[in-house]
Design a protein around this ligand. Structure first.
Ligand code: MRU
Ligand code: ZN
Length: 210
């Protein structure tokens, strides 16, 4: 099996799992997986598709600048430049971007702080942090409609081979060394967002949480 087919299948599996979670509303979301390092190539979702469907045209191979690496009629994701920034600056192997109601609410609730902070949750161990009372932070950036400007702003928050950024009223972009790690981190962030949104509502209702 060629490396492209192997990586295609790996990304297709992640895509199916995120689809099963219903995280691809209205064609939103984009995913990618690194295929080669030198030269850098990666598979990225084709733009505008319903990511819940599985087809032979789900992904296309792109180069280090996010341009198609082979002749194709498919268009790379409109947000490919964000993936480009991550692969060019880190050793990440996979990038996942989803829009959910909870990640949008958290991005709006904490936008003025420039970040959302979470602590006191066992699931924080999914980030490889084992200390008691550990705290995790996710930066929140403005949602610029101009993708090169958004990618430039986004790139200032790329600090390691695994990480995540919330784009205000848009969605989350998570990356990891492997598809397994990126998905694990994405699920952990979404757990924290959902927990916090529910917790705030329960507090408002006067119930004894946190
Ligand atoms: C209706 S989704 C809005 C899009 O602009 C974008 O944010 C998105 O996540 C999907 O775009 P795509 O070009 O299909 O990767
Ligand atoms: Zn998006």
């Amino acid at each position: 099996m060629s490396i492209v087919v192997k990586k295609w299948n790996e990304l297709a599996e992640v895509k199916a799992e995120l689809a099963a979670r219903d995280w691809f509303f209205a064609t939103s979301g984009n995913l990618s997986i690194k295929v080669t390092d030198d030269p850098l190539t990666f598979l990225v979702t084709a733009s505008g598709k319903d990511k819940r469907k599985q087809t032979d045209e789900d992904f296309l191979l792109v180069d280090a600048a996010g341009r198609p690496a082979e002749k194709t009629h498919l268009k790379p994701s409109a947000e490919t430049l964000l993936h480009v920034e991550i692969y060019n600056r880190t050793n990440a192997g996979c990038v996942l971007h989803v829009h959910t109601v909870d990640n949008n609410l958290i991005s709006e609730l904490y936008a003025q702080n420039g970040e959302a902070v979470f602590s006191g949750q066992e699931i924080i161990k999914a980030f490889g942090i084992w200390e008691e009372n550990a705290e995790v932070r996710i930066p929140i950036i403005d949602n610029d409609a101009d993708i090169p400007t958004l990618a430039q702003q986004f790139s200032t928050y790329i600090h390691g081979d695994a990480g995540a950024v919330l784009i205000q009223n848009h969605g989350i972009t998570v990356w990891g060394r492997t598809a397994f790690e990126a998905k694990k981190h994405l699920e952990a962030w979404e757990f924290l967002f959902r927990w916090q949104v529910k917790r705030l509502l329960l507090q408002r209702a006067g119930l004894p949480v946190g």
